[in-house]
Design a protein around this ligand. Structure first.
Ligand SMILES: Nc1nc2c(c(=O)[nH]1)N[C@H]1C(S)=C(S)[C@@H](COP(=O)(O)OP(=O)(O)OC[C@H]3O[C@@H](n4cnc5c(=O)[nH]c(N)nc54)[C@H](O)[C@@H]3O)O[C@H]1N2
Ligand SMILES: Nc1nc2c(c(=O)[nH]1)N[C@H]1C(S)=C(S)[C@@H](COP(=O)(O)OP(=O)(O)OC[C@H]3O[C@@H](n4cnc5c(=O)[nH]c(N)nc54)[C@H](O)[C@@H]3O)O[C@H]1N2
Ligand SMILES: [Mo]
Length: 669
C-alpha cells in the first residue's frame, strides 16, 4: 500500500519547494513537487528531483564514526552513540574548563534551512556552553546591509507580483539556475509584453534567455547604477514628487550623480556609454519597472555599496508606486516578523563573535585568545564552501583541534573530523520551513524513519545536552513538536488560522499578508527610522575602483553556475556529478589568445592562495577580464575546488566576504 506524505525541501534556496513523497512498504519510491502549491507548481529543480539519490546513497553515513587515520584522509571506524557522546561531552567539557567556553566554536550554516533544524536546540546548547558566537555572514548579509540602509528592510515586491512588471532587471541573479520557481512569473510578465534585462558579467543560462544582457565588470554595479541615475535626472525622467514626499537625501544624491556622467560610469563599469543611456531611458520610461536581486553582486569589497546604490533606483523613478514595480529581494523578514524564532534559540551570553567567512584565519591565527580548540560543524561544509578553503583545511588539519562534524556524507570537511555523526535527510525528520524567496509556510513531515542510526540536528543536541548532564533542564526537554508549536504561537496576524494541525492537513499555508503589502511603498512608509527612503545613509551610494593586481589580472567569478549542485551538496553523487561534467573555466578569446590558451586546453588558475586545474572553454560566456568557474566541487574528488583561490577579505558592510573580487592568472597546464 502506497502512502503519500507532504513535506518540503529545506535546502538553502529561495524556492523552498513543497513536495509529496510516496512511500511503499517503508521505502520512498517517488518524490514530486506539490502540484497544488502556487509557487512550487508541481516541479522540482534539476538537483532535488533526484533527492532520493541522497536519501538512499550508499555513501550515507549511518553510524557514528571515530577517526583512525590522519586528519584529512577520512579513515574512520564505527562506534556506538554512547561512546561518541560520552567522549565528545568530555572533550568539550575539558576544552571549556581549560580554555574557556569561547575556545569552542560552532560552525553551521543553512545546509538545513528548516526553522528548527537550522537554529534551535543547537543554539541553546552552545549558549549553555558559553561558546564563541558565529557570525553567519556568508550569504546575503552584505546585500541586506546595503538594501536596508536605503529601505529599512530587504523585503520589497513579492515574488508572485513579478508577473505585473513590464520592465524586469535581473540584477546579478541567475534565476533560471538559482531561483527556478520565480521564472514562470517572469515568463508571464514577458507574455504580457515585459522586457527582460540581465545584468551579469557572465552570460548565464538566464542571460541567454533575456532580451538584453548588460555585462559590467564585477564589482562595478554601483557605477552602472549611478550612471543610469545621472541620465535619468539629466533627461528629467525622475519622479520629483516621489523623491520630495517619500525620500531623504535627494539634493545630496543629486549632487553626487553629477560626478557620474554616463561616459565616466561606462569607463568604470567596462560597458559602452550608449548602453547606459539606453538602459536608463528604458528603465525610467517603462512601467511597472522591477529590479530583482539576490546575492550575486554582494561578494565584493564594495558589495553593500553596490546594493544600496541599486536600491535608490526605484525611488528615483517612482517605481514603487505600482504593483510589480520597485525592488524584489527577499521575503525572509516577513517570516522573521511572524515566527517566534527567538524563543527557539533562546538568549546567548555575550561571548566573542567569530566571522564565518574568515574561518581559515580563525583556525590558524596564533594570536587568537583563546584559540579555537574545539570546532563543531553541522549544516555546512566549509572545507569546500568557505573562501580561502586551503587555509581552512590547514586549520582543520591542526592536531590540537578537536573537530566534530554532523553530516549525511563524508564531506571534505568531515574528512578532518575526530568524530563524524550521522545526520538525517529531509525525509527523516520534522520541521517547519520558512522561506526567503516566497510567502508560504511549509510543514516538513517525516516520510521515513531515520536511516541507520542517523539523528536530526535537534535530537543530536538534546543527546549531547544529556551527555553534558543538562538533560533535565527545560530547554533541552522540548520535542520537535513543542518547538514548532512555540514558533507558531506568537499570535502574529500573518499566522492567523495556521497551527501545527492545519499544516499537518494541508502541508503548507500562505502567510496572511495585508493587501497593502503588495505595493509596500506606494505612499512611502519605509521601515527606516525616518519612515522615508534614505538615499544617502551609510554606506552612501558611490563607487571607488579597486586596485589592480598586475600579477593576477583576471577577476575570478565562482558563482552558482552549476545547475546540478546546491553549493557543495550533490557534487559527489554520481548522477549529479556526471550531469555537470568536468571542471570548466570560461575565458574570453581576448584573454585566452595572448596566454596561448585554446578551447579545450587544460589550464591552471593560480594566485597566492592556491591553484586549480580545469578545462578551458574559450568563448564569450564571460566578458573580457573575467574568468568563471562553478563553485561546489569536492577537492577529494576533483583535486581542487574554486574556493582554493577565493579571497577571504570582507565586504564593506554586513560582514560578508569579498570572494567574487578574487584575482587570478590563468596559464596552460
Ligand atoms: N543550482 C543552484 N541553485 C542555487 C544554489 C546553488 O548552489 N545551485 N545556491 C542557492 C543559494 S545558497 C543562494 S544564496 C542563491 C543565490 O542566487 P543568485 O544570487 O542568483 O546566485 P549567484 O550564483 O550567487 O550569483 C548570481 C550571478 O551574479 C553574478 N555576479 C557575480 N559578481 C557580480 C557582480 O559584481 N555584479 C553583477 N551584476 N553580477 C555578479 C554571477 O555571475 C552569477 O551569475 O542560489 C540558490 N540556488
Ligand atoms: N566560491 C563560492 N563560494 C561560496 C558561494 C559561491 O557562490 N561561490 N556561495 C556561498 C553561499 S551563498 C552559501 S549559502 C554557502 C553555502 O555553503 P554550505 O552551507 O557549506 O552549503 P553546502 O555546501 O550545501 O553544505 C551543507 C552541508 O550540510 C549538510 N546537511 C544537509 N542537511 C543537514 C542536516 O539536516 N543536518 C546536518 N548536520 N547537516 C546537513 C549537507 O550534507 C552538506 O554537507 O557557500 C558560500 N560559498
Ligand atoms: Mo547562499
Amino acid at each position: 500500500m502506497a502512502v503519500v506524505i507532504k513535506g518540503g525541501c529545506a535546502h538553502d534556496c529561495p524556492d523552498t519547494c513543497a513536495w509529496e513523497v510516496t512511500v511503499e512498504r517503508g521505502r520512498a519510491v517517488k518524490l514530486a513537487g506539490a502540484p497544488d502549491h502556487p509557487y512550487t507548481r508541481g516541479t522540482l529543480c534539476a538537483k532535488v528531483h533526484r533527492y532520493l539519490d541522497r536519501v538512499y546513497s550508499p555513501e550515507r553515513v549511518l553510524r557514528p564514526l571515530r577517526r583512525v587515520g590522519p586528519k584529512g584522509e577520512g579513515v574512520f571506524v564505527p562506534v556506538s552513540w554512547e561512546e561518541a557522546l560520552t567522549d565528545i561531552a568530555a572533550r568539550l567539557g575539558e576544552v571549556a574548563e581549560r580554555w574557556g567556553g569561547e575556545a569552542v566554536l560552532p560552525y553551521s550554516y543553512a545546509g538545513n534551512m528548516g526553522l528548527i533544524q537550522y537554529a534551535s536546540m543547537d543554539r541553546r546548547f552552545f549558549a549553555r556552553l558559553g561558546a564563541s558566537r558565529l557570525a553567519r555572514t556568508i550569504c546575503g548579509d552584505t546585500a541586506g546591509a546595503g538594501i536596508a540602509a536605503a529601505l529599512g528592510t530587504t523585503t520589497g515586491v513579492l515574488p508572485e507580483d513579478v508577473q505585473h512588471a513590464r520592465f524586469i532587471v535581473l540584477w546579478g541573479t541567475n534565476t533560471v539556475v538559482t531561483n527556478l520557481h520565480l521564472w514562470p512569473f517572469v515568463r508571464r510578465a514577458r507574455e504580457a509584453g515585459a522586457r527582460l534585462v540581465v545584468v551579469d558579467p557572465v552570460r548565464t543560462r538566464t542571460a541567454r534567455e533575456a532580451d538584453w544582457h548588460v555585462r559590467p565588470l564585477p564589482g562595478t554595479d554601483a557605477a552602472l547604477a549611478l550612471g543610469m541615475m545621472h541620465v535619468i535626472v539629466a533627461e528629467g525622467l525622475h519622479d520629483e514628487a516621489y523623491l520630495r514626499d517619500h525620500c531623504n537625501g535627494w539634493p545630496e544624491l543629486r549632487a553626487r550623480l553629477a560626478e557620474y556622467p554616463p561616459e565616466r560610469a561606462a569607463g568604470l563599469a567596462g560597458v559602452e556609454r550608449e548602453e547606459i543611456v539606453r538602459l536608463a531611458r528604458a528603465y525610467a520610461t517603462t512601467r511597472p519597472a522591477l529590479i530583482r536581486t539576490l546575492v550575486g553582486a554582494e561578494k565584493q569589497p564594495l558589495g553593500a555599496t553596490s546594493f544600496r546604490t541599486i536600491a535608490c533606483l526605484p525611488a528615483v523613478v517612482g517605481a514603487w508606486r505600482e504593483l510589480g514595480g520597485g525592488l524584489a529581494h527577499w521575503t525572509r523578514s516577513l517570516f522573521a516578523e511572524a515566527v517566534a524564532s527567538g524563543a527557539l534559540t533562546g538568549p546567548h551570553p555575550r561571548t566573542r563573535v567569530v566571522n564565518m567567512v574568515q574561518l581559515g584565519h580563525v583556525l590558524t591565527d596564533p594570536g587568537l585568545s583563546p584559540p579555537v580548540k574545539a570546532l563543531f560543524v553541522y549544516n555546512s561544509n566549509p572545507a569546500t564552501t568557505a573562501p580561502n578553503a586551503g587555509l581552512v583545511c590547514r586549520g582543520l588539519a591542526r592536531e590540537d583541534l578537536f573537530t566534530v562534524v554532523h553530516d549525511l556524507f563524508i564531506t571534505d570537511t568531515a574528512r578532518y573530523a575526530d568524530y563524524l555523526l550521522p545526520a538525517t535527510s529531509f525525509l527523516e525528520h520534522l520541521d517547519l520551513l520558512v522561506s526567503w524567496g516566497h510567502t508560504y509556510l511549509t510543514l516538513n513531515q517525516p516520510a521515513l524513519p531515520p536511516r541507520g542510526e542517523s539523528v536530526c540536528n535537534t535530537e543530536l543536541f538534546r543527546r549531547l545536552a544529556a551527555a553534558m548532564g543538562w538533560g533535565e533542564e527545560p530547554g533541552f526537554r522540548e520535542t520537535d513538536e513543542d518547538l514548532i508549536r512555540r514558533a507558531l504561537s506568537g499570535g502574529h496576524p500573518y499566522l492567523e488560522g495556521i497551527d501545527l494541525e492545519s499544516l499537518r492537513r494541508q502541508g503548507w499555508a500562505p502567510l496572511h499578508l495585508p493587501a497593502s503589502r503588495r505595493v509596500p511603498f506606494a505612499q512611502g512608509g519605509f521601515p527606516t527610522a525616518s519612515g522615508r527612503c534614505e538615499l544617502m545613509a551609510d554606506p552612501e551610494p558611490g563607487f571607488a575602483p579597486q586596485p589592480a593586481d598586475p600579477r593576477h589580472p583576471l577577476v575570478l567569478i565562482s558563482a552558482k553556475h552549476a545547475v546540478h549542485f546546491l553549493n557543495s551538496s550533490y557534487a559527489h553523487l554520481p548522477w549529479h556529478r556526471r550531469a555537470e561534467g568536468e571542471t570548466v573555466v570560461s575565458i574570453h578569446p581576448e584573454d585566452a589568445a595572448p596566454r596561448g590558451i585554446a578551447d579545450g586546453d587544460r589550464v591552471r588558475l593560480r594566485n597566492h592562495r592556491g591553484r586549480l586545474t580545469a578545462r578551458a572553454r574559450v568563448d564569450d560566456t564571460v566578458r573580457p577580464g573575467v574568468v568563471a568557474i562553478a563553485h561546489g566541487r569536492w577537492r577529494s574528488l576533483e583535486g581542487g575546488t574554486a574556493n582554493d583561490l577565493t579571497s577571504d577579505g570582507l565586504a564593506d558592510r554586513g560582514g560578508g566576504g569579498d570572494l567574487f573580487g578574487t584575482r587570478v592568472e590563468v596559464e596552460p597546464a
